[in-house]
Design a protein around this ligand. Structure first.
Ligand SMILES: Nc1ncnc2c1ncn2[C@@H]1O[C@H](COP(=O)(O)OP(=O)(O)OP(=O)(O)O)[C@@H](O)[C@H]1O
Length: 305
């Protein structure tokens, strides 16, 4: 994990003009400093469009990808991994034997065991370490002889992580990896990612709804809303850029109503997200530092309204 100072360009907001139609390729378009570069990615489904996504994962960084259900996180990751065919855009990603993947739904044969799984996947990974695999299984409390269909969802996510790390990847791509885990297991999962990041050449793209996990580990956050990049910044900057504003019913002026993101009114007052500069100029209101979760919700509601 890094303390980035000058990488405010990790993603850009959605573009005004339409994207240039060109085929998605794996040609190198990023810099050597980037482990993953997605440029101007477009994917159209009948009822949804991923619109001009730009996103970089610099080497040595953990980038969190957050957004509401259906905002396009899995589609973005699917395009990056070649599981979804993009409409246009460019994707620069390392060879797949150098990318570790944990997906929301796993691809394992249910009646295999962790041992038979190892035998099946190991030939594809020149850097596979049986010792690392076994030690991760022990760390995760997974027995080598248990059928995958008999593992809990949380154990299956951890088995995916063990496979991903056993082949010594440079880049980890994680799609909702902690969604089935209890708080203790989530902590353990995040600790394993932190260990992985002690090597400065490693990088992680981490999609999640559980922003508390990102606050612990992500250097940068990219917020997707309705198929577009709605915000991108270092985690600390993002929290610094916004304020949570609260007040009584009589204090909700037209200016506030027009300015606050994700405005929520209730019988005893209102709550909404404001840019720090705006919030600092409003006297008399309760102004607090928001959590990452409150920022994501505010931005998502702001885009939707
Ligand atoms: N194969 C498909 N055909 C048609 N629509 C699709 C397909 N895959 C995804 N979509 C649509 O694309 C949109 C974005 O889905 P996606 O899974 O990328 O979102 P997400 O942010 O990962 O959501 P969640 O947090 O719920 O997993 C959704 O409206 C979904 O219905």
């Amino acid at each position: 994990m890094n303390t980035p100072t000058d990488r405010s360009d990790l993603g850009t907001g959605a573009r005004d003009s339409g994207p240039t139609e060109r085929p998605a390729t794996n040609d190198a378009v990023g810099t050597d400093a980037d482990a993953l570069t997605i440029t101007d990615l477009v994917k159209r489904f009948d009822d949804f469009t991923l619109e001009g996504i730009d996103l970089q994962v610099p080497r040595g960084y953990v980038v969190g990808l957050v957004g509401a259900n259906g905002s396009g996180k899995t589609t973005t990751i699917g395009c990056a991994l070649g599981l979804v065919v993009p409409g246009s855009g460019t994707i620069d990603i390392p060879p797949m034997d150098r990318v570790g993947v944990v997906l929301d739904s796993h691809y394992f044969v249910p009646w295999w065991t962790p041992t038979s799984l190892e035998n099946a996947v190991r030939p594809f990974y020149p850097r596979w370490s049986p010792e690392r695999y076994r030690s991760l299984l022990v760390r995760f409390g997974i027995k080598t002889g248990t059928k995958i269909q008999d593992l809990s969802r949380g154990q299956t996510m951890r088995l995916q992580l063990a496979v991903a790390l056993a082949h010594d990847p440079d880049l980890l791509i994680l799609d909702e990896p902690t969604s089935g885990l209890d708080p203790l297991a989530r902590d353990g999962f995040v600790d394993v990612i932190a260990d992985f990041m002690t090597d400065e050449s490693h990088s992680v793209l981490f999609s999640t709804h559980i922003t508390a996990d990102l606050e612990k580990i992500a250097d940068h956050v990219v917020v997707l809303a309705d198929g577009r990049v709605a915000a991108t910044a270092s985690t600390a900057d993002l929290i610094e850029q916004y304020r949570l504003v609260r007040g009584g019913p009589d204090e909700l002026t037209d200016e506030l109503r027009a300015t606050l993101l994700g405005l929520r009114e209730h019988p005893v007052g209102f709550e909404g997200l404001a840019r720090s500069g705006d919030a600092d100029s409003w006297g008399g209101l309760v102004v607090e530092a928001p959590s990452l979760d409150q920022i994501v919700v505010g931005i998502a509601k702001g885009v939707a309204s």
